[in-house]
Design a binder for this molecule. Structure first.
Ligand SMILES: [Zn+2]
Length: 269
């Protein structure tokens, strides 16, 4: 083997070892590659900075810039407290997700996993394609006013441009292997890491598929009211250590519950 080639290999190996620190100690068998092209996840953002507290926190989002006005003036905002749900004969949500190679992004607001566009959800007869999923601590939706420690949002888009977001709560319990495989490579700073292994997002769904459903919005600026929301009523589990690992990075990255106003929240029977 020519000397130069060897050196290149050595350099590559050191780079891989130094890598970007992950949310938890990555096991050494997990190969990590920096995204060579992160345009998907790091589109230039010319909008005003917003956060989850202080002067650019949720109660000020609507006045930070004109395009965020709906955060303050909207009548169908998310999240909501799901307590007032009415039983209804809702069809089961059809989830046809294929395994994919995840790109795990720390975007400054959450840990987000970008998905290759080959997975669908059918909600009330409408087909949505899975784009990404991301996490909130504590949960954004509440049940009887109570937060779960963690909520994942699976963000889907329909051909007409509207979104279908599926929420899953985590309660504290057993360690969650699927969640761990994401935590293992999640960057501690703004960055993107592409995994070398497949991920099956259905591993982050509860066995019981009863759900809440309502019309709402994005829970971050610009708070657009274009979202068909579905939230599974049964939580899945994550260990205290896994919840804490996320909280050390993004504690309280949730928007408080918004007024329900004239909406109905339905719950599958
Ligand atoms: Zn979200």
């Amino acid at each position: 083997m020519p000397y130069n080639h060897k050196l290149a290999l050595l350099l590559f190996a050191s780079f891989a070892l130094l890598g970007t620190p992950a949310l938890t100690n990555a096991d050494n068998n997990t190969h990590q590659n920096k995204a060579s092209n992160d345009s998907k996840s790091h589109a230039p953002d010319h909008h005003k900075h917003w956060s989850y507290g202080g002067e650019d926190g949720p109660e000020h989002w609507g006045s930070l810039e004109a395009s965020y006005a709906q955060c303050a003036t909207g009548a169908q905002q998310s999240p909501v407290d799901l307590i007032s749900a009415r039983s209804a004969p809702l069809a089961p949500i059809q989830i046809n997700w294929a395994p994919f190679v995840p790109s795990v992004v720390n975007n400054g607001h959450t840990i987000q996993v970008n998905v290759e566009h080959q997975s669908q959800m059918v909600l009330d007869g409408k087909t949505f394609t899975l784009l990404q999923f991301h996490f909130h601590h504590n949960s954004e939706h509440t049940v009887d006013g109570k937060h779960y420690p963690l909520e994942v949002h699976f963000v889907h888009k329909a051909d007409d441009g509207t979104l279908g977001v599926l929420g899953v709560f985590f309660k504290e319990g057993e360690a969650n292997p699927a969640l761990q495989s994401i935590w293992d490579i999640a960057p501690l700073e703004k960055d993107t890491i592409v995994a070398s292994h497949d991920f099956d997002a259905t591993d982050l769904l509860p066995a019981e598929r009863g759900y809440y459903r309502y019309q709402g919005s994005l829970t971050t600026p610009p708070c657009s009211e274009i979202v068909d929301w579905a939230v599974f009523s049964h939580p899945i589990e994550a260990s205290k250590a896994q919840i804490n690992a996320f909280a050390q990075l993004y504690a309280n990255n949730y928007r408080p519950a918004q007024p329900i106003n004239r909406r109905y929240i339905l719950r599958s029977e």
